[in-house]
Ligand binder design. Structure first.
Ligand code: NAD
Length: 383
């Protein structure tokens, strides 16, 4: 084993240091709160602008605040007494969202601007920023078989419009706070993260969750078809959430990585078409594919070069994609069933085409119109 894997995680201090995590009502922030809580940390402050009932995960015993940290005042409140600050708050989503809402993505610069200043003023020892592979030069990512991206590939800069540029400028803030003010900052460029307890419907979901949901809908609703954005040849690598939170901890507590953007991603490359086949296998269905060439498809290919992380930490994300995807699929299938059961309960007369019997159909045909019928009562949400 590489001796570097023995780098102590969570730093070497006591477990009552004040940890602040923003974006905690979202996917990665929520998982990070869980991770530190499970590792025995007792002073965790979880912050998100969403109302508390909408958070994906709430951990009992953790201070949870509903605060919009794009303002100075709220960032100061979030960072009170902080020793370590993990900023995972951002207005973001999958390709459909970041191509359509560039202004919202750019405005996330307010979050990091106020949070890093507030962390500095609060006397925090360490500050973590969640950057993205979208910060890389898009010119290098046209070909589905493009070589994996090295950290130096961000410059000369030609980041993804909106979202990617916000990440690059926020990275620069982190580097200057170290250079001018000696705040220890850490910057991870995440490559697509997936797993349970993330966005799976509504328009902000990313490819693994979107494809799992579409396959589940086709399976339960019997359509036999799936819509795919682009021609299916685009390639990506996907990192399982457990690897992501472990990587954040390792990076945040490695002195060699202060102010140094580093890839945090899997290097297992897969095309969208192969991803669909994998999910079909898990679901045990075979669907007809319809390619939407007008839909947002993002860059042609993107992979993570893990040379730096392996050489510094002796570690890299390693959960096999199939294994992580199975867990993710099972979680989304459960959410789908819960959603359907809720809708059923709210509208008791709503009958699923796949389940109602012929005799029921005949009875309905002879009945007077029912309340809710013909008013969009059979709704399965956005596709
Ligand atoms: P997410 O959307 O699930 O979580 C982000 C959370 O931030 C949301 O709950 C949102 O309500 C919150 N938020 C947004 N604006 C806020 C504000 N002004 N104040 C307080 N909270 C606010 O996204 P995620 O997947 O958990 O991403 C976390 C971080 O990782 C983001 O910075 C994102 O850009 C980055 N990232 C994620 C991925 C990925 O594949 N998920 C890839 C690259 C980078």
């Amino acid at each position: 084993m590489n001796p570097k894997t023995r780098i102590p995680t969570n730093g070497s201090g006591t477990k009552d240091r004040q940890i602040v995590i923003t974006g905690a009502g979202g996917f990665i922030g929520g998982a990070l709160v869980h991770y530190f809580h499970d590792n025995g940390f007792v002073r965790i402050r979880a912050v998100d602008k969403k109302p508390l009932p909408e958070w994906y995960q709430r951990v009992p015993g953790v201070e949870s605040l509903s605060l919009d940290v794009s303002t100075e005042e709220n960032s100061v409140r979030a960072c009170e007494g902080a020793t370590e600050v993990y900023n995972l708050a951002a207005d973001m989503g999958g390709m459909g969202f970041i191509e359509r809402y560039r202004i919202e993505c750019l405005r996330s610069v307010l979050i990091n601007t106020h949070m890093i200043e507030a962390a500095y003023r609060a006397g925090a020892e360490r500050y973590f920023f969640s950057s993205s592979a979208c910060a890389y030069n898009v010119e290098l990512q046209k070909d589905p078989q493009a070589r994996a991206l090295r950290e130096s590939d961000a410059y000369p800069a030609m980041a993804e419009r909106g979202y990617g540029w916000e990440k690059l400028i926020s990275e620069m803030f982190c580097q200057e706070y170290w250079a001018e003010r000696s705040l220890k900052t850490f910057i991870a460029r995440f490559h697509n993260v997936y797993g349970p307890c993330g966005t799976w419907e509504g328009g902000r979901e990313k490819a693994p969750a979107a494809i799992a949901r579409k396959v589940i809908e086709a399976k339960y609703e019997g359509s036999g078809e799936i819509d795919i954005w682009g021609d299916g040849s685009q390639t990506r690598s996907f990192m399982f959430i457990d690897d992501c939170v472990r990587g954040i901890d390792l990076i945040m507590h490695c002195e060699e990585l202060i102010s140094t953007p580093i890839n945090l991603g899997s290097h297992e490359l897969i095309s969208v078409d192969d991803l669909v086949s994998m999910v079909e296998e898990i679901a045990q269905v075979k669907l007809e594919r319809r390619y939407d060439l007008t839909a947002p498809r993002g860059v042609g290919g993107r992979n993570s070069d893990n040379t730096l992380i392996k050489s510094i930490l002796g570690w890299e994300p390693s959960t096999p994609f199939r294994e992580g995807m199975r867990k993710t699929y099972e979680w989304i299938e459960e959410q789908y069933r819960l959603r359907e059961a809720r809708a059923e309960k709210e509208s008791p007369l709503r009958l699923s085409a796949a389940t109602y019997s012929l005799s029921e159909e005949n009875q309905l045909a002879n009945s007077p119109p029912l309340r809710g019928e013909g008013q969009g009562a059979v709704e399965f949400g956005p596709s």
